[in-house]
Design a protein around this ligand. Structure first.
Ligand code: AMP
Length: 370
């Protein structure tokens, strides 16, 4: 059986991992860590969130950092502020027993001056959204000319958020001799382009079984209801599952806000996370939700991207996702780290076709909810 020690991870990091109950490497960790720990190999990992991919690239990256050198040696680029914060936090926890490795996260929507101030301290790893990183580079307050390890996390999502140009430009500022690790759930044309342009032709590639990624621990069920009955059905569902923790997904910010108000009016303790909210409010909601002071969270796809919350017993699709990939990401919030989860779709007659398309393309079976 693989252990972190056999994969080449050092004792001090393992001690930190064990404290987080990370004892047995997950599939992606078992596959990726030996490759990334080796001689500087470029790497393409096709895997979803919830598979443990942060540790899969984070641990080898931490092993590569020379803590005695004060410059930025590792750069992790991710699509959203929440994901950046989450990655930085995980890495920080992993290093509890190691020599000090300084990690900073920078992202849009937060005070740039504060970030600039923090970047004046020695920083070994920067975790950044592409847009904010470009702004900081232009202001000459961040120097990534020594960043020999570049990780692109959720690369497909960065492209669909319009960060393509920023990503291309960022590569002008990192050293010519570098190692690039790219993680993406899918490999559309834009990602191919990045791979061809910035990764060596001998880059190693691994693909985690797409279905194992999505439905190993997740039960998919649907409830038929007309659009106008959805609120009532949802109310029933939530009343019946009073102690369950879950997320409810809408397609648009407006729909998410409206639904939240409707649920609050019915006395459900619920909050919302959507893209128009300020950084402070988003953080506040996430702290409440992660700290289990809140059991129900209404969310839009982009705002919830990459959020890691353990122990959710369900994800509810109040409106179906606009892209197949969003279904994977939504349902990935439940059934994480070996736990069981339910992904429940509220579908009107009109939405059934989309649901069948999801079943087909993801090779999953969505059964009627009992
Ligand atoms: P990620 O896919 O990186 O977002 O990780 C999902 C969650 O699984 C995080 O909360 C990790 O702390 C946790 N995790 C990562 N690797 C393992 C592991 N090998 N065993 C148990 N939990 C893990």
């Amino acid at each position: 059986m693989a252990t972190f020690s056999k994969l080449g991870i050092s004792k001090d990091l393992i001690k930190g991992l064990n404290e987080l109950n990370i004892v047995q490497p997950s599939e992606i960790q078992e596959l990726a860590i030996p490759i990334l720990m080796g001689q500087n190999t470029d790497f393409i990992g096709q895997a979803q969130t919830g598979t443990g991919k942060t540790a899969a690239f984070g641990l080898p990256l931490l092993e590569k950092i020379n803590h005695k050198r004060p410059e930025v040696q590792g750069l992790i680029i991710a699509p959203t502020r929440e994901l950046c914060q989450q990655i930085a936090k995980q890495l920080f926890k992993f290093t509890k027993y190691t020599e000090k490795i300084f990690i900073e996260s920078v992202y849009g929507g937060a005070d740039m001056q504060v970030q600039i101030q923090r970047l004046k301290r020695p920083t070994h790893i920067i975790v950044a959204t592409p847009g904010r990183l470009m702004d900081l580079i232009k202001k000459k307050v961040v120097d990534i000319s020594q960043a020999r390890y570049v990780v692109l996390d959720e690369a497909d999502e960065m492209l669909s958020m319009g960060f393509k140009q920023d990503i291309h430009t960022i590569f002008d500022f990192v050293p010519k001799e570098k190692t690039v690790w790219l993680f993406s759930a899918t490999v559309p044309e834009g990602i191919r382009e990045i791979i061809n342009k910035f990764l060596r032709s001998d880059a190693q590639q691994i693909q985690l079984n797409r279905n194992a990624g999505i439905n190993a621990n997740i039960r998919h069920e649907y409830m038929s209801c007309s659009s106008k009955d959805k609120l009532q059905e949802l109310t029933h569902f939530l009343s019946y599952n009073k102690d369950a923790r879950g997320m409810i997904f809408c397609q648009t910010k407006q729909a998410a806000r409206t639904l939240t108000k409707q649920l609050l009016a019915k006395n459900f303790d619920v909050d919302v996370i959507e893209g128009d909210m300020g950084q402070r409010d988003r953080d506040k909601v996430m702290r409440k939700f992660k700290g289990e002071k809140l059991d129900l969270l209404v969310a839009t796809d982009i705002a919830a991207r990459g959020i890691d919350v353990q122990g959710l017993s369900f994800v509810l699709h109040y409106q179906l996702p606009q892209q197949t990939e969003y279904y994977t990401h939504r349902s990935g919030r439940t059934g994480r780290a070996g736990e069981k989860g339910n992904s429940i779709l509220f579908v009107s007659e009109r939405e059934k076709r989309t649901m069948h398309e999801l079943e087909k393309s993801l090779k999953i079976k969505i059964n009627p909810l009992n």
